[in-house]
Design a protein around this ligand. Structure first.
Ligand code: SDX
Length: 393
């Protein structure tokens, strides 16, 4: 458990650190949070239970869950004056830019909880961040859409409150549609942690210098924004729309991907670790079928995604490279059905991944062997030379 050092665990490649949080077997397509298979958590646990599991090591007992939920509800409103940070950005700003800046700025509004060496302050900062990120995300969504913000509603559960702050509710409605809330809850669970992916490694590297949890998570959000990582869920939707509007559709696109000069990638496919199906993608595809088979919910882009998957999985270019759908391939059509704009998709990924980032930050902070991350390089530059010699060159 460190920032990042190289340990050869004997299975052929180097591990950057030890961790008790998430286990992945990429060849077998296995993912477990604290030992629980993702398939079981997807069907039998809520996102808040998974947050408790990742942060405190165990699924909560009924009383513990209520207490955890109450802690978050009590902290769910944004700090006084904080809204100015979000509202300061010009319209059209990508939500991930605002999200990263807002999380970094939270440290200025939680000065009483910003000392990473103080256990109580770290605990309070963790709860505050987990409690307030939904309100930040919702306000970004509404501001981007030119809508009045909706305040947190302490009578609603965590995910329902987020959806209500995002979409509001019409007169007489108690809260969001239960099916949509269940879908959002499941998607957050499926994104909650994933070992040392790019953004989590970033959180650990920044945290290993002694930086605050706000600074570390803000760095993770920036890493997640890249199209090869969390930004892929937005890129998949844009890819599907491009295919839909291209003569020759899927066949033309697949040929473009195979033409290495084009540098075109089948977004939502491939994974550094999974060389088999991403178990999350299976759960998400099932959820997409459930949501989009609802009366009036059909989305031609989902049908296109299904055809694209079928086409790729029967093509040796993808099969030979062990390229399968990853977590991002089917999420976008669901987020669209829930009413989110494409630019918000990666913000939703961040909402889900937050408990994982926090769990890893806590793990490295509590590990007595933690040292500052300081990778070395293989130097390939010029040998020593002298400035004086420059004039004779
Ligand atoms: C996430 O790490 C995590 O756990 C991440 C994540 C998490 O939960 O945190 O799972 C979330 O980021 C999922 C990935 C989302 N990104 C995308 O969907 C973008 C498209 N995918 C790729 O760019 C790629 O597959 C990566 C970035 C995901 C993985 O990159 P790798 O392992 O470095 O793969 P590579 O670039 O070495 O490619 C190996 C071969 C190459 O071909 P050759 O040079 O051997 O001929 O496969 C090809 C690549 O060109 N390839 C693809 C491809 N991905 C790899 N070709 C077409 N389309 C693709 N998507």
């Amino acid at each position: 458990g460190t920032g990042l050092v190289t340990i050869d665990p004997g299975f052929g490649n180097t591990a950057a650190c030890r961790s008790d949080i998430t286990y992945i077997d990429g060849a077998a397509g296995i993912l477990r949070y604290r030992g629980y298979p993702i398939e079981e958590l997807a069907q039998q646990a809520t996102f808040l239970e998974v947050c408790h599991l990742l942060l405190r090591g165990e699924l909560p007992k009924p009383g513990q869950l209520d207490a955890f939920a109450a802690e978050l509800t009590a902290q769910s409103a944004l700090p006084e004056g904080f809204e100015r940070v979000i509202d300061a950005f010009p319209s059209g700003t990508h939500p991930m830019i605002t999200l990263a800046a807002a999380v970094n700025a939270l440290a200025a509004f939680h000065t009483e909880n910003a000392d990473p060496t103080d256990d109580d302050q770290v605990e309070r900062a963790t709860i505050a961040l987990l409690a307030q990120l939904p309100a930040i995300a919702a306000r970004i969504h509404r501001t981007s859409a030119g809508l009045e913000p909706v305040a947190t509603d302490s009578s609603l559960a965590y995910v329902e409150n987020f959806l209500n702050m995002t979409f509001g509710k019409t007169e007489g409605e108690k809260g969001p549609d239960p099916l949509l809330a269940k879908a959002m809850d499941l998607l957050l669970t499926l994104h909650a942690d994933h070992e040392l992916n790019c953004s989590t490694s970033t959180v650990r590297v920044v945290g290993s210098s002694g930086a605050t949890v706000f600074a570390s998570v803000a760095a993770g959000i920036n890493a997640l924004s890249g199209p090869l990582h969390g930004g892929a869920n937005q890129a998949v939707l844009e890819m599907l729309e491009q295919i839909q509007n291209t003569e020759g559709g899927i066949d033309t696109f697949i040929e473009q991907v195979k033409d290495r000069e084009s540098k075109t990638r089948l977004m939502g496919f491939g994974h550094r670790v999974y060389k088999n199906f991403d178990p999350r993608s299976r759960e998400i595809k099932k959820l997409a079928q459930e949501i989009l088979n609802q009366p009036g919910a059909n989305d031609p882009l989902f049908d296109l995604a299904l055809q694209l998957e079928e086409r790729a999985l029967s093509d040796s270019y993808f099969v030979d490279r062990k390229l399968y759908p990853n977590v991002d391939f089917y999420t976008g059509v669901i987020y669209r059905a829930l009413g989110f704009s494409t630019e918000m998709f990666t913000v939703l990924f961040a909402l889900g991944r937050l408990p994982g980032w926090l769990a890893h930050w806590h793990e490295l902070r509590k590990d007595p062997d933690t040292r500052i991350a300081r990778p070395r390089q293989l130097y390939t530059g010029p040998a020593q030379r002298s400035v004086a010699a420059r004039d004779n060159a």
